[in-house]
Structure formats: structure tokens, C-alpha cells
Design a binder for this molecule. Structure first.
Ligand SMILES: CC(=O)SCCNC(=O)CCNC(=O)[C@H](O)C(C)(C)COP(=O)(O)OP(=O)(O)OC[C@H]1O[C@@H](n2cnc3c(N)ncnc32)[C@H](O)[C@@H]1OP(=O)(O)O
Ligand SMILES: O=CC(=O)O
Ligand SMILES: [Mg+2]
Length: 572
């Protein structure tokens, strides 16, 4: 028998009669839990659950490593001047006449989906929000601290069991589930992120296998009974670049179904198309997951980030200011249209994406304008043929629901009615067309202000934040980072505001200094001192000026949020 040693944190320690300070996770051979011990976490990190995660890791680690090597190779190709495109080797898959498995009745209607981190109160609010689906997020909206991840698992287990409660003592308010709730989807992290609080055979666990494995192990039976009408659990899969990565997920699902003794095809997942290479692989991704698919989603923010990242070595493909890269740009519209056509041809949902606007409480005029922007975006989506879309905030749901209701009629979805055959003509050039617009010093300033504040929040355990009346999360912050990096790298001229200045290290240094002062003024010096703004500024500045672009902000900054017990912060 193996035990993994952890220490109780201060709060838990007080609860122990006699002041005992040490707790143990009962772990299987080869598994070492280095995160803090907590009695609640121990109910998630059971020996059986860890055994399942370890089995997944052992079976799939070499496939994941190979897939990550392939990403590096593709990056080298793009950096040498090539551009992504359709793969001639998989033409038969694109041209073939196959369809995915029937959509499960429980999730036929997904017209409005709310998303949010796996935080206790937000889970209850989201499930009660009136949306058809809630996507509980271990990814863009979550800072993957040990506490967030493990509490997230505890919260989801309580949610699936229907027992989740939250008491806001300050407001004397108790939160619990309504009779009617949204259907739960869970989004694990991407393939690239390690989970450094759990070691398996001497190396960090693969983050998404921890998220998936623990959630699946504890919830599949209850979920299928209470939520899935015999199907499920349901997932969203992020940030894939190639169908080989979807094949690994398909195999993970089959492995999980076998372990649970449930029918093949029970687990269903929607894949986010949110990297530029993946838009050329949509048929191939659906094909790999054809027994387990419930569609694709336009992850527009990561997609924009990926456009910059993919073309990091292409100075002829620079983006305009971030605020100008919307769904109206030709390459974005082409991506959404082709996604709809692909999904409907294969019999599954084509989900829209996230408008970044959120309700503005203290300014009715601005609030009205934000809501109009959301409605306009959703109207474009439903008219184009999207079967549903995302909402960042419960306050937006009635308006979004109305737009979809008014345009979908009585259909639960548009899969059979909006074939979008016209989109068959979309070409590689359409999908890669350079977005139009100007670059300005205000664009550089906003990227810097938003990037630093997002990293500061992320370092303190918050993965989605309201900034300047918009939702910001890891995907939107990535756009700010890579855009600054690219503008610096190529000494771009910012002439959109008539100033005609070049982006140099000196200019960027000055902008950082001035934006830090502005942040301090805006948040107040007390909060500024207590927060992690200075650390965030250092990290963000380093990332923007790095000679080689970091693949992911969150991967680069991850060691700052890893806390090993009892050994202290990890050096990774
Ligand atoms: C690019 C992508 O990947 S998009 C998907 C990932 N991103 C997300 O999921 C972001 C989700 N949204 C959010 O996190 C939040 O809405 C934020 C951070 C943008 C704004 O949060 P706040 O400023 O705290 O919102 P606000 O104060 O208006 O909240 C009002 C109430 O709504 C709740 N709420 C707000 N957003 C959500 C949500 N997405 N899900 C559930 N409840 C929510 C709050 O908990 C609060 O509840 P209460 O009144 O019971 O206390
Ligand atoms: O995950 C969604 C996105 O837009 O990124
Ligand atoms: Mg994303």
C-alpha cells in the first residue's frame, strides 16, 4: 500500500482534535499527490479514482507526447513560411458520405449555453440560469490552482448528485438547485497542460486526463440517470490542432466506457474549433469522434489568438487592433460558415461562440448598447445556421434566448434545416484572409492594461474577470499577449490614430509604466498593493518581449501557481 503525504492547510488544521497536522491520500502504486491534503479532496482523490487516472496516463502518454511533437513540427513548418491548409491525405474523409451518431435526446436543444468556472456559487447560478446547457470550465475560465481544481471536482460531484448548496453568509442567501436545470457539459484542460500536483511514474500527470478521469469516475453513473437520459457524461474539448488529438480523446472515451461497463457512444463531446490548423481538420475531427460527437463550437477568441500564433513568423499577416477582429472579418465569417456546413452535413450541432460583452450595472445607456451588440452577434449566428450559442453571464440569457427562439421556430436545432451548401465553396484563402483594420497606440495600451490585470487575477486564482465591461479569460488575454509580441517583434508602425509611432522596446517599456500607473489609479492603491500586479507586470512584459514566442501564457506562468506540500513552491 502507498500513501502520499500532504499537509493540512490552516483552516483544516484547526478542525482536527488534538491539532494533528498531517493527512494522507491513499494512492495506488506509482502515484504521488503533492497538493495540499484536505478531507474533502480525499473524497475525490480516492485510490480507485487515482488508479483510473493513472491507467489513462499510462495508456495514452506516449500518444499525447507524439501529438505534442507533431504540434512542434507544424509550428516549424509555419515558421518557415508555409501556411496551414486542407490535408490531401484525408481527402476521402472530407468527401466521404458518413454521419456521426444520432444526437442524444437530452441535448438535442442547445440554443443557449452558459459557461463559467467550476466555482460553487457560479455552478448553481449557471445550472439555474434558464440556459439549456451549462459548460463547467476547467479551462479558459479557470486558473488551474490545486484548490480550484479539487474544489471544482467536489462542486461538480455535488451538482451531479443534486445536493450542491452554497451559503453566502454576508448576504444571508442560500443557493441551491431549481427543479429544472441546464444540462451539464465539462471542459477539461487542453492536451498541453501538465498537472504538477499529481505525479504518475515520476512525471507530472496530464492535466486534462486528471480533470476528465476524476470527473468521469465519480459522476458517470449518477449523471446518466439524472441528466443524460441514459447518455453521458458530456464534454467540451478545447484547443486541438489536428484530428490525431481527437483520436486520442476518442480512445480515452472508449477506455472509460469499458471501465464503467457502459455502452460505446455513451460519452459525448463537442470539440471547440479554436486553432487555425483545426479549421482545416473539422471533418477529420468529427470522423475520429463520430461515435462520441455532439458537434463543433466556434471558439472565436482562441481562434484569433491562434491566427497570430500560427503566423508569428509572417510579418505580412499582422492583425489590426484586437477590438477590430470580430466575426465580421472575412476569415472569421468563413470559419463560422464552414463549421456550420460541416456539422450539419455530419448530423451534429454547430455551436456559436462567446460575445465578450457583459451587463453594465451602473450605466443604463452603456448597458443597453452592450446588450444590442450581443443581440446583433447572436442574430448573425442563428441566421447563419448555428444551433446555439454561448452566454458569459446569466443576465444575457433572456435576450439571447429570444433571438434564437424567434429565428429557430419550433425546431430543437437547425441540423436538418440549414445545410449551408453554399459554404462548400469556402477556400483556404477565405479561411486565411488577413483581417482588415488599423493598429493604434491605444490598441497597444489596452492589450497591456488587460494582459497585466488578467495575469494578476490568474495568479491569485481567478480565471475569468470583468475588465472594461468585457469578459476576459485566458483566451482573450492570449490575444493581447501575442499581439504585443508580434508588434514588438516586427517594429510595427501604429498609424491608425495618425501618430505614426513604431513599436520598440523603449516605447513598450514606457507604455507598461504608464499603464501600471493607470491600473493603480483605477483599482486603488490598497488593492494594487495587496494584489499581484507587479508580479503580473513582470511576467506579461517578459512574455511580450521574449525572443521566442511562448506557446501558451498559462503554461509559461504555471510554475507560479504550483504549490507542493510540504515542500513549498515548485521550481518545475
Ligand atoms: C473564450 C472563452 O473560453 S469563453 C468561456 C470561458 N469564460 C467564461 O466562462 C466567463 C464566464 N463569466 C464570468 O466568469 C463572469 O460573468 C465575469 C467574470 C465575466 C463577470 O463576473 P461578475 O462581474 O462577478 O458578474 P456580476 O457581478 O455581474 O454577477 C452577478 C451574478 O451573476 C453570477 N454570474 C455571473 N457570471 C456567471 C456565469 N458565467 N455563470 C454563473 N453565474 C454567473 C454571479 O455569480 C453573480 O451571482 P449573485 O448575484 O448570486 O452573487
Ligand atoms: O473557448 C472559447 C474561445 O473563444 O476561446
Ligand atoms: Mg478557448
Amino acid at each position: 500500500m502507498s500513501f502520499s503525504l500532504g499537509y493540512y492547510g490552516d483552516t483544516a488544521m484547526k478542525k482536527i482534535p488534538g491539532g494533528g497536522a498531517v493527512g494522507w491520500y491513499d494512492v495506488p502504486e506509482g502515484v504521488d499527490v503533492r497538493g495540499r491534503y484536505d478531507e474533502e479532496f480525499a473524497k475525490i482523490l480516492t485510490k480507485d479514482a487515482l488508479m483510473f487516472v493513472a491507467e489513462l496516463q499510462r495508456e495514452f502518454r506516449s500518444h499525447v507526447k507524439y501529438a505534442m511533437e507533431c504540434r512542434k513540427e507544424a509550428k516549424m513548418r509555419y515558421n518557415s513560411g508555409l501556411v496551414p491548409g486542407f490535408d490531401p491525405a484525408t481527402r476521402n474523409v472530407r468527401e466521404g458520405d458518413w454521419v456521426c451518431a444520432e444526437v442524444p435526446p437530452a441535448v438535442a436543444d442547445r440554443r443557449v449555453e452558459i459557461t463559467g468556472p467550476v466555482e460553487r456559487k457560479m455552478i448553481i447560478n449557471a445550472l439555474n440560469s434558464g440556459a439549456k446547457v451549462f459548460m463547467a470550465d476547467f479551462e479558459d475560465a479557470l486558473s488551474p490552482t490545486w484548490e480550484n481544481l479539487m474544489r471544482g471536482q467536489v462542486n461538480l460531484k455535488d451538482a451531479v448528485n443534486g445536493t450542491i448548496r452554497f451559503e453566502d453568509k454576508a448576504r444571508n442567501k442560500v443557493y441551491k438547485l431549481n427543479d429544472q436545470t441546464a444540462k451539464l457539459f465539462v471542459r477539461p484542460r487542453g492536451w498541453h497542460l501538465p498537472e504538477s500536483h499529481i505525479y504518475i511514474d515520476g512525471e507530472p500527470a496530464i492535466g486534462c486526463l486528471v480533470d476528465f478521469g476524476l470527473y468521469f469516475h465519480h459522476n458517470y453513473a449518477a449523471f446518466r440517470k439524472s441528466q443524460g437520459q441514459g447518455f453521458g457524461p458530456f464534454f467540451y474539448l478545447p484547443k486541438m490542432e489536428n484530428s490525431r488529438e481527437a483520436r486520442i480523446w476518442n480512445n480515452v472515451f472508449e477506455r472509460a466506457e469499458k471501465m464503467a461497463g457502459i455502452e460505446k457512444g455513451s460519452i459525448r463531446a463537442t470539440v471547440l474549433i479554436e486553432t487555425l490548423p483545426a479549421v482545416f481538420q473539422m471533418d477529420e475531427i468529427l470522423y475520429e469522434l463520430r461515435d462520441h460527437s455532439v458537434g463543433l463550437n466556434c471558439g472565436r477568441w482562441d481562434y484569433i489568438f491562434s491566427y497570430v500564433k500560427t503566423f508569428q513568423a509572417h510579418p505580412d499577416r499582422l492583425l489590426p487592433d484586437r477590438v477590430l477582429v470580430g466575426m465580421g472579418q472575412h476569415f472569421m465569417r468563413s470559419y463560422s460558415d464552414l463549421l456550420i456546413r460541416t456539422c450539419h452535413r455530419r448530423g451534429v450541432h454547430a455551436m456559436g461562440g462567446m460575445a465578450a460583452q457583459i451587463p453594465i450595472r451602473d450605466d443604463p445607456e452603456a448597458n443597453k448598447a452592450a446588450l444590442e451588440l450581443v443581440k446583433k452577434d447572436k442574430l448573425r449566428e442563428v441566421r447563419a445556421g448555428h444551433d446555439g450559442t454561448w452566454a458569459a453571464h446569466p443576465g444575457l440569457i433572456p435576450a439571447i434566448m429570444e433571438v434564437f427562439n424567434n429565428n429557430m421556430g419550433n425546431n430543437p436545432n437547425l441540423i436538418k434545416t440549414m445545410k449551408r451548401e453554399d459554404a462548400a465553396n469556402i477556400t483556404e484563402e477565405d479561411l486565411l484572409q488577413i483581417p482588415r483594420g488599423v493598429r493604434t497606440i491605444e490598441g497597444l495600451r489596452l492589450n497591456t492594461r488587460v494582459g497585466i490585470q488578467y495575469v494578476a487575477a490568474w495568479l491569485t486564482g481567478t480565471g475569468s474577470v470583468p475588465l472594461y465591461n468585457l469578459m476576459e479569460d485566458a483566451a482573450t488575454a492570449e490575444i493581447s499577449r501575442v499581439q504585443n509580441w508580434q508588434w514588438l517583434k516586427y517594429g510595427v508602425e501604429l498609424d491608425g490614430d495618425g501618430l505614426g509611432v513604431r513599436v520598440t522596446t523603449e516605447l513598450f517599456g514606457k507604455v507598461v509604466e504608464e499603464e501600471m500607473s493607470r491600473i493603480e489609479r483605477e483599482v486603488g492603491s490598497n488593492r494594487f498593493k495587496k494584489g499581484m500586479y507587479k508580479e503580473a507586470c513582470k511576467i506579461f512584459t517578459r512574455q511580450c518581449t521574449a525572443p521566442v514566442l511562448d506557446d501558451f501564457l498559462t503554461l509559461n506562468a504555471y510554475n507560479h501557481i504550483v504549490v507542493h506540500h510540504p515542500k513549498g513552491p515548485s521550481r518545475l
